[in-house]
Design a protein around this ligand. Structure first.
Ligand code: BGC
Length: 371
């Protein structure tokens, strides 16, 4: 009986390798290595991950890749992590290669919902399980979604800007909004979050609504140009809601040229080294720390279970606004970071003191209790 299952598995393995299973004496190592339970699934588990780029945020290469790699390696599961470098054609080519190369689970951070959906559809048609990592692919019907509560991220940014403007005793401040990419569903959710905080203040006349613009593909260079135009048209901007640290830094560079850095609070997201240094310098008022290790670990757990042919449970769900359907989701909790708790990000191991406290920042680090 057991022998029978093994030889069927050997034949299946040989077929999937494109070999012919002829001849009686089989010395197929795939079958010898397997046991009856793993032999029942024809494909061994392999996980593919496609990251979006390395410029819209430092996180993808410095945090996501590192933590995913660590989690897969610790579990001893075959894996491949690639970065599409912002190119939608490469994104699709990488996905095709991964599928042909035998991944059984594919996790993607889409560059937009359209190309993301094409990849997810193809994966599914080949029997590959799918995970939307960090960004939900609208209309994509991924099996799972793992991210942070992105509306909560935006709320923390809105509340952060209010706190910083209050600390500066700003009177009827004009607020500019530098939003993320219009093709990133997360950018929509962040904006929902911060506008939920800011709109009542605009409506009551406590704040004045200034320029409000999205930055295509989260491109930091374009963000600088956009903010320069905002400041030219509205020189009295008194606060900047920037949707991540890269956009925040672009605004800070323009403010510096106009000797306004430190006087106009700027928000951010991702707790990047650059964002945290801008906070230490007093040029950025806050960032949002998302413990990417938790996100990578949750994804690895799901992916490994899927690779083993299980249907893991998720603790929640989100609605895909395009299909109206619920997608099984794991949503993690973000945290606001100001000068006083930059040290928590270091204590969590997300950035090291060595990379943060370089040169002039050493003194600021000491002041912020980073030892
Ligand atoms: C992520 C952010 C990131 C941004 C730009 C968003 O989808 O949630 O963490 O800063 O993309 O890469």
């Amino acid at each position: 009986m057991r022998k029978g299952i093994l030889s069927i598995a050997a034949a299946a393995a040989a077929l999937s390798l494109g070999l012919t299973a002829c001849g009686g004496d089989d010395g197929d190592t795939t079958a010898q290595a397997g046991d009856a339970s793993s032999a029942s699934s024809a494909k061994p588990g392999k996980i593919g991950v496609i990251l979006p780029d390395s410029k819209s945020s430092a996180r993808w290469e410095t945090a996501d890749r590192k933590y995913l790699e660590e989690a897969f390696t610790a579990a001893g599961v075959a894996h491949e992590i690639q970065n599409a470098q912002g190119d939608k054609n490469s994104f699709q080519t990488i996905a095709d290669q991964m599928i042909t190369g035998g991944v059984t689970v594919l996790a993607i951070v889409n560059l937009d919902s359209g190309t993301g959906k094409a990849v997810l559809d193809k994966a599914k048609s080949q029997g590959v399980a799918t995970i939307d990592y960090d960004r939900l692919t609208l209309g994509g019907n991924a099996d799972y979604y793992v991210s942070f509560d992105n509306t909560a991220v935006g709320r923390l940014q809105g509340e952060g800007l209010v706190k910083c403007l209050t600390d500066q005793k700003a009177d009827k401040p004009i607020v500019a909004e530098l939003n993320g990419s219009p093709t990133d569903n997360n950018a929509t959710l962040f904006k929902e979050g911060y506008d939920g905080v800011l709109k009542p203040k605009y409506d009551s006349g406590e704040y004045v609504k200034g320029p409000d613009q999205s930055v295509p593909d989260w491109d930091n260079t374009q963000a600088g140009t956009i903010f320069e135009q905002m400041l030219t048209s509205t020189p009295k901007i008194a606060g900047v809601l920037a949707a991540n640290d890269g956009l925040g830094n672009a605004a800070i560079s323009v403010l510096k040229k106009n000797n306004l850095n430190g006087k106009v609070p700027v928000t951010g997201q991702d707790a990047t080294v650059q964002g945290l240094q801008n906070i230490l310098a007093g040029d950025q008022c806050m960032t949002v720390y998302k413990a990417v290790k938790q996100e990578a670990d949750a994804t690895a757990q799901l992916a490994i279970a899927l690779a083993q042919g299980q249907k893991p449970a998720a603790n929640g769900s989100v609605k895909d606004t395009e299909t109206g359907k619920d997608v099984a989701a794991v949503l993690l909790t973000p945290k606001a970071v100001y000068f006083d708790n930059v040290k928590d990000v270091v204590a969590d191991g997300y950035v090291t003191k060595d990379e943060l406290c370089t040169g002039d920042f050493a003194g600021k680090c000491a002041e912020a209790g980073i030892s």
